[in-house]
Write a protein that binds this ligand. Sequence first.
Ligand code: DC
Length: 222
Amino acid sequence: MIIAIDGPAGAGKSTVAKKLAQKMGFLYIDTGAMYRAVTLKALENKADFKDEKAIVEIARAAKIDLKSLKNGSEENVFLDGRDVTEDIRHPRITKYVSDVAKIPDVREAMLRLQRALGGSRDSVMEGRDIGTVVFPNADKKFFLDATGEERTKRRFKELKLKGQDVTEKDIECDIKNRDKIDSTRTCAPLRRAEDAIYIDTTNMGIEEVVDTLYKYVENTKS
Ligand code: DC
């Protein structure tokens, strides 16, 4: 079974997807982490982000592994055998990742990996194009959303807790910028699949969102 969760940055996808996977004993797959790992490799190789060919080569050569604990509670991201779980969350990665993710051949390389992983086990997969492109036949599709203000607040709190030196204004600009790039790119833009269940999480707590999704999934099974 594949559960697809899409939506913009800060809508609560990662936390919800992780908890839902844990609850169901499914594999948790964070596809944004893959684009982030490619971005990290490009930065480390001092690649020119305007040189799409160079970025595609980096994406094709990158060995990306997501290792999830059996109960799906945590996931570590490996790039060429090195644990980069923390590094890929750095603001310098966030700054460039949407530009990397909009390159069609980079997406093609990640798509293969995503389909292979998702096809290997019951999974909860989160991203921007899971219900539309990666697994259009997913058993259940959700589109999580929240107001821009709420998404900014959540991201700010999350990064502050991690000790990152950011302002709310930085986060607001970053989210607006990424929303724009992610939803206007020509290849696999951020979009709600017609058959995805839309959930506005603005005034909902995490557990409430997880329970809502869980109930939908349980109803599908029976
Ligand atoms: O969810 P995130 O913030 O870690 O995602 C990082 C970037 O990767 C995001 O700006 C858009 C891109 N992305 C994508 O284009 N397609 C996906 N399936 C997942 C993420």
